[in-house]
Design a binder for this molecule. Structure first.
Ligand SMILES: [Zn+2]
Length: 329
């Protein structure tokens, strides 16, 4: 396979704290020989485990970038045993545009793995993570939240995998993260995900959904910061006691967790995040907006559980994910 066109401006193997970029050549109208400059920090202190910490996989999710730019600025190499690689905004063009996907090529980085060295900008970023960064990692912590179109209860998550030992190690890291909620997560479609790429390499992969709506709250950023420190302590990269907090485990046992809109209209959630839901309960309504006198579409829960996510903006389109329900685990 061709070499990656991406070159790091720092030596990924050097001891100490380094701040630089992953430079991706991108020739365009406003910059003939220009590049995309993806910020990266590497904090290394000798041999030991490597954690790869990432945010901005989707460009409109902010807890990860907030916590990771901050960590990169403050993490002292003397406090580290091993290596911490920090990429606060993986899909940097999307992050700069405050959009989920890249404004350059429309690429959703979290559906672009394993990527291509000679593909689109987004595919080139995926390929670099696939072939250069993921292989270095023992543990991967990738921050997500709902972006502009969803809002979540704050949870840390891992996937139930065929490799039960790997799954157990990931869930132990989720427990250490100590978010208010912890999830055994089911994906609508796991093909092309960064998660899947890491797990197929046998890496401990932990992710989050910490809020949404295209912003972050004081509470969700605090959860992200505490979670990073806890996970690094869990991995023995930082010393000290884990700040353990009570967490409530949730499970997504089947595709019945997801409710989708079948009409366009005005979205009304009938249950707030974290609320208890019964099978067949109306969890959301979609009010027609073209005329008066028409009854709303009712979206009913297909299982008992907890309202875990909801559509965020006031208006909804047919096919949008309206509500997500998870089961107390
Ligand atoms: Zn995301």
């Amino acid at each position: 396979m061709k070499p990656s066109p991406i070159s790091p401006t720092i030596d990924l193997d050097k001891n100490g704290a380094q701040h630089g970029h992953l430079r991706l050549p991108y020739s365009r109208d406003d910059s003939a020989w220009g590049s995309v400059m993806i910020p990266i920090a590497v904090v290394r202190n000798g041999d030991g485990p490597t954690a790869l910490l990432t945010g901005g996989n989707h460009g409109d999710e902010y807890e990860g970038p907030l916590a990771l730019f901050d960590l990169a600025r403050t993490l002292d190499a003397e406090d580290v045993g091993g290596t911490v690689i920090i990429v606060p905004a993986m899909n940097y063009p999307a992050f700069r545009a405050a959009t989920r996907t890249s404004p350059i090529d429309g690429g959703n980085l979290n559906r672009a793995f394993p990527g291509k060295p000679d593909g689109t900008v987004t595919e080139k970023i995926a390929d670099y993570f696939q072939r250069e960064l993921l292989p270095r990692a023992d543990l991967v912590l990738d921050f997500h939240s709902g972006g502009k179109t969803l809002d979540f209860i704050p949870f840390c998550a891992a996937h139930i995998l065929p490799d039960q030992a790997l799954s157990a190690r990931a869930f132990a890291a989720v427990e250490a993260f100590a978010a208010p909620w912890s999830m055994k997560m089911l994906e609508i479609d796991a093909v092309g995900m960064y998660d899947t790429a890491a797990e197929e390499m046998g890496k401990v992969f932990v992710t989050t959904e910490l809020g949404g709506g295209g912003t972050a709250t004081a509470a969700t950023v605090r959860i992200a910061r505490r979670g990073i420190t806890n996970v690094l302590k869990h991995a023995s990269i930082l010393a000290g006691e884990i700040d353990r907090r009570p967490t409530r485990w949730l499970d997504m046992p089947s595709g019945d967790c997801f409710c989708f809109a079948e009409e366009d209209g005005l979205f009304e959630t009938m249950v707030d995040l974290g609320g208890t839901v019964r099978h067949d309960q109306v969890v959301a309504r979609i009010h027609p907006i073209g005329r008066t006198g028409v009854a709303p579409q009712e979206i009913r829960a297909k299982m008992d559980g907890i309202l875990t996510a909801r559509h965020f903006p006031g208006l909804v389109k047919a096919g949008d994910c309206a509500s997500v329900i998870a089961v107390a685990g």
